[in-house]
Design a protein around this ligand. Structure first.
Ligand code: ME8
Length: 645
């Protein structure tokens, strides 16, 4: 029998904004798991994609003034570009607007309708559009009681009362509980399994799986007034992408399904651990083997998200640090079971300690020593000494430990264990003092180098799933390469260290990141403080001329949602057009005082996004004796757009 394909999925992302570091995190975890399976000689299939239907996307398209299909099409390159920039090696990028997906989801609904597992009814209750969730059914929509906030995201929900089709979720309660009991490892981390069991044990209502008041969705088979509920549409991507329901893809589907690993964030556990298994049970399909549910990347302890405007742009991070370094940081540093606050400082410290100091220096040291002593070919000795055998034993222990961590998807533990071994290799080299020994015993020097290179080669192979580019470059420096094949990992563990290496000169792989390079955008207050502290320096008139300062009249001034400082000013800047300018002046000015005021604005500052709003300039102020900001204004009225000179 041919071997089952190792099938890995990510959530499919809502295309209401570009991907951020959180979306990248899930996708990198899935990519690393896929590559790890490849290291073990497995055939793999890696699926990612985008969730494009539903009310949330339709509303976003509407506020962008675009047709929904045009709106979602416009976002696809942003996703594909980021995945490419981070070497995400997916096999299919599914879009829920893909023709094959649409037809198969309709087929899925039709089959369950025919079996009476889906029936027509009426939903009256609260709906959370940002989460696309039916929050609470109410017995009487004319008298719905207090409005509900969403238990998941805390935002307001809306009252919905419409005919809809229900999936008989309640019929699967016992089957689900049995499944959880028989498969205690279904969800990683296990603590989340307890939450799921308690949710299901509390009783399940049938699930509404269509919407009558939404147009942007897959048409419901046989009822043109309804579209398929976005989660019923989206969850099925995992089987439609594998070829479920297509006679010519039956074999492929059988080789792929069930999925071996589904990576999701903790925000969507209920959909994947309750609704999704119930859907599969209804269709007579096996359940996925593992749900890896990870925590959130936070910024200042708040979830990084598209809507909060605190998203870190993966492309900007890549420009600063390179894709492998960011991948490493995400996987090694963030424990999947916990939330983790992202900071540039933390990234830099981790990368400097693990990659520049430990791994990079080891390679540099070996290259410098072999180079200086004109060694290009490193032959293995006929017998190894005690210290070398100990180093090799330690490697074997390490591989066992790393495999065990990876089997439980504790990736941060797995890869920190590899780095721990890199420290062991460094300590070995240090204790053997090859730079001294070479003077009297060149053979012994060659043994030390050969052992270090064998050990380093193994570490590089184990780190390859996380840092494919850098590790291929590292292996290249040793005249080796990644050659995936059956039992690759086992061969590495059983390796007797009898390879010959050809040392090739390469540039250092991991430059130390200097602190100055990684400053987070300082706040305006910090900028002012720094400027005040700095010593007097002079600039040329040409430098001053570079700053475009011009007059503008404030047309409106509104508080920025969720900010206690920022006002959003709409400013008429004459020849420079109308600008949106954010200013941290809520405590200094009311809207009334500002509207109609003519002030001075810097108009060629790089646009900056704060709280999700792009500021296209800066208003100028000076502090009075009490420390309040006072706008710099013009003595007498001048046309808007007049430049300061
Ligand atoms: O929920 N930290 O899409 P979505 C870590 N379309 N991971 C994060 C994160 C953060 N701050 N923010 C987002 C949807 N994620 C649905 C999924 S699947 C059939 C449908 C990751 O664009 C995390 O994996 O809101 C989370 O579950 C997912 O992005 C949500 O992406």
């Amino acid at each position: 029998m041919s071997q089952k394909t190792f099938y890995v999925t990510t959530p499919i992302y809502y295309v209401t904004a570009k991907p951020h570091l959180g979306s990248l995190y899930s996708t990198v975890l899935a990519d690393v798991a896929t590559r790890w399976a490849q290291l073990q000689g497995r055939q793999t299939f890696f699926l990612t994609g985008t969730d494009e239907h539903g009310q949330k996307v339709a509303l976003a398209a509407d506020s962008a003034g675009k047709d929904p299909k045009v709106f979602v099409d416009d976002f696809i390159p942003a996703y594909k570009d980021v995945w490419k920039a981070y070497d995400i090696d997916y096999n299919r990028f599914i879009r829920t607007t893909d023709d094959d997906h649409i037809k198969l989801v309709q087929k899925w609904v039709k089959e369950l309708l025919d079996q009476d597992k889906i029936y027509k009814g009426h939903y009256a209750g609260w709906y959370c559009t940002p989460c696309e969730t039916f929050v609470k059914q109410v017995p009487d929509s004319d008298n719905p009681g207090d409005s509900q906030s969403c238990p998941d995201c805390g935002r307001d929900t809306v009252l919905v009362s419409e005919p809809c089709y229900f999936f008989r979720l309640s019929a699967y309660q016992d089957q689900l509980i049995n499944f959880y009991k028989n498969n205690p490892d279904f969800i990683t981390p296990r603590a989340r399994m307890n939450e799921v069991i308690s949710f299901v044990s509390d009783g399940l209502n049938d699930l509404c799986i269509s919407r009558a008041s939404v147009d942007w969705g897959i048409p419901f088979p046989g009822d043109l007034d309804q579209v398929i509920y976005v989660w019923a549409d989206a969850l099925n991507n995992y089987i439609t992408a594998a070829g479920w329901g297509l006679p010519d893809k039956q074999k492929q589907f059988e080789a792929m399904w069930p999925a071996d690993l589904q990576v999701i964030g903790k925000d969507i556990v209920r959909f994947h651990a309750v609704y999704w298994p119930a859907f599969l049970m209804a269709s007579g399909l096996s359940l996925p083997k593992k749900l890896l549910t990870h925590g959130w990347i936070t910024v200042d302890q708040k979830k990084m998200s598209k809507s909060l405007g605190n998203a870190v742009d993966p492309l900007e991070l890549r420009t600063r640090y390179g894709s492998d370094v960011v991948r490493y940081y995400l996987v090694r540093k963030l424990a999947v079971s916990q939330d983790a606050d992202f900071s540039y400082d933390d990234l830099e410290q981790t990368v400097n300690a693990d990659l520049s100091n430990a791994l990079g220096n080891l390679l540099n040291r070996i290259c410098a020593l072999t180079n200086k002593n004109e060694v290009s070919r490193l032959e293995p000795p006929s017998t190894w000494g005690e210290a070398e055998l100990a180093l090799r034993d330690e490697l074997r222990n390490m591989i066992v430990a790393v495999k065990a961590s990876m089997e439980e998807y504790q990736m941060h533990m797995a890869f920190s264990r590899v780095i721990k071994y890199v420290h062991v290799i460094n300590a070995y080299v240090h204790s053997q003092q090859p730079w001294k020994i070479v003077r009297d015993d060149r053979d012994k020097f060659l043994v030390i180098m050969s052992a270090a290179v064998h050990a380093l080669r193994a570490a590089a192979v184990l780190l390859w799933p996380v840092m494919p580019n850098k590790m291929e470059a590292l292996l290249g420096a040793l005249g080796a390469s990644m050659q995936l094949g059956p039992d690759y990992l086992e061969k590495l563990a059983a390796d007797d260290w009898n390879d010959t290496f050809t040392m090739i000169k390469v540039q250092p792989l991991f430059a130390r990141i200097e602190k100055t390079k990684i400053k987070q955008e300082p706040s305006m207050d910090e900028q002012v403080k720094t400027e005040n502290k700095s010593e007097q320096t002079f600039i040329d008139i040409q430098d001053f001329a570079k700053v475009q300062i011009a007059t503008g009249t404030i047309l409106s001034a509104d508080k920025v949602e969720k900010s206690s400082k920022l006002l959003q000013l709409e400013v008429d800047c004459g020849q420079f057009g109308r600008r949106t300018i954010l200013s941290g002046i809520q405590k200094d000015y009311s809207s009334e005082e500002l509207v109609g005021l003519q002030g001075l604005f810097v108009l060629n500052l790089k646009p900056r996004v704060m709280m999700g709003v792009e500021s296209q300039g800066m208003m100028l102020f000076a502090k009075d004796a009490q420390g309040s900001l006072k706008a710099l204004t013009i003595a007498g009225k001048v046309p808007d757009g007049s430049q300061a000179q």
